[in-house]
Design a protein around this ligand. Sequence first.
Ligand code: SF4
Length: 347
Amino acid sequence: MSALSPYDLSYPELEELLTGWGEPPYRARQLWTWLWRRLATSYQGMTDLPKGLRARLAAELLFDPPRPGALQLDAEEGTEKVLLHLADGEAIEAVLLREGDRRTVCVSTQVGCPVGCAFCATGNMGFRRDLSPGEIAAQVLHFARRLRGSGERVSHVVVMGMGEPFLNYAATLKAIRNLNHPRGFGLGARRFTLSTVGVVPGILRLAREGLQLNLAISLHAPEDALREELVPLARSWPIREVLAAADAYVAATGRRVTYEYVLLAGVNDSPAQARGLARLLSGRLAHVNLIPFNPAPGLPFQRPAWPRVEAFRRELLRRGVDATVRRSRGVRIRAGCGQLRTRHPGR
Ligand code: SF4
């Protein structure tokens, strides 16, 4: 883990630190504004802070935003994927998706991932370490700085990159709270979507946070045996426990839960499996996101033909389950989970 950065601290922590140094509380407000609203890139540029304070900050809190490396663009789709190099030599990937007025950043929460989904390049890469709150937020700030040049802003954040956010719960929530803070970046809670493979304790904990975040749960199969093959971590939490936790989340927040379902040809895309999924979800405040698999070298799965995808969706709709097909954006730039990182090992 790298040294503490100012982006690792919450507002109260920053205020406590600065007042502990003998600074008046308004210095924390100034610093917070520089960090999160004015998107500063160094302490040197924070010209309304005394030189002595800037020097002490530089000595005690490492200001070292990740350095952008390999960049992949798809001008037609408006998708940008960047490899960000961290202070300790590791690398993570972050993606900017443009859709209408939306500017969505997809962030990673871990370097690699311990879940090991059979269809995921990151899962096959293994787990290296958790990201700090500052490293998670830095991915959003990277694109916020880029967009600022054209007068645009990040409008949404999806926590769907490398890693399982609920296995790095505290850092993920701290990054979200910091990005949500009204005096700083100020992105509304409903603009965030957290995606989990169904880590039940994490879902229940999130339900108690008092935050109106969107929750997405990756199901990928309507029965436990297949789900455990595709998502090895699912062995810890059978589908009925995951759905019970999702129900608790809906009861606490009133937010509809999204269920992600990667469609793999001949594996989980049959009409019978669609009916099984509908049986699980009908009557629940739920939406299904069907994601035709994004083919990748070394992964033994294929994308279903389009009629098969449509037939799956129709089975769900016929049974009263709301479902859409998410276009696998970034196919041409290989923006599937973990694919950029695997091609450019960080060290
Ligand atoms: S799909 Fe997500 S949870 Fe599964 S291995 Fe990849 S990064 Fe981890």
